[in-house]
Design a protein. Structure first.
Length: 192
């Protein structure tokens, strides 16, 4: 376990070094990579769900910005002590695509909670996504607090016994950062 955490820490350092040590450099690179992009639907929507799911918007955290909402998806016939997963959105924000992916994960048996690191804002253009990402990156402790409270919400209110993280693009970095910040809480076997 200690070796695996050391390996994850090394991978994080390599990623950070590759992105540049400054958050601004990372934001600039993301903006360059997404220039001309727009949010698109994920192709997995075409496939049938493994099992029915229930969804709801929940208050899952309280930060300096106020109450933070998340999108909760649970398998309809869920084992109340099943695994949970914190879903971290891509740079566009907590949009319909991320909600759909959260539902897909619930269909696979996870209690899935999509967090919102943009405080209710969703981008439709790279310019908006860059702006929202800069705001989130400027307060990393606030984002980590939100993610820590998402963990507590899943374990305390949803009875999840093992927890993993998943994220895309902007959220992929935060997924790794969450696991490295909370190594005693995130189950490495579920780290996706």
């Amino acid at each position: 376990m200690r070796f695996l955490l050391s390996l994850l820490s090394l991978a994080f350092l390599v990623i950070v070094a590759g992105c540049g040590s400054e958050e601004q450099n990372y934001t600039n690179r993301m903006a360059e990579e997404h220039e001309g992009d727009s949010p698109v639907k994920n192709g997995s929507a075409a496939f049938e769900q493994e099992q029915p799911v229930q969804t709801q918007t929940v208050n899952c955290a309280q930060t300096d910005s106020g109450a933070m909402e998340g999108y909760l998806a649970t398998p309809q016939n869920a084992d109340k002590n099943g695994p949970g997963i914190i879903v971290i959105h891509e740079w566009w924000g907590l949009n319909d695509n991320v909600r759909m992916m959260t539902e897909r994960l619930a269909g696979l048996g996870y209690t899935a909670l999509a967090v919102d690191l943009y405080n209710g804002k969703v981008a439709e253009s790279p310019k908006g996504a860059r702006q929202y990402m800069q705001i989130a990156q400027s307060n990393p402790q606030g984002a980590l607090d939100n993610l820590n409270q998402a963990y507590s919400y899943l374990t305390d209110q949803q009875n999840a016994k093992q927890l993993g993280t998943i994220g895309w693009c902007f959220g992929g970095g935060w997924s790794l950062r969450t696991a490295l910040t909370m190594p005693d809480k995130i189950d490495v076997r579920l780290f996706i």
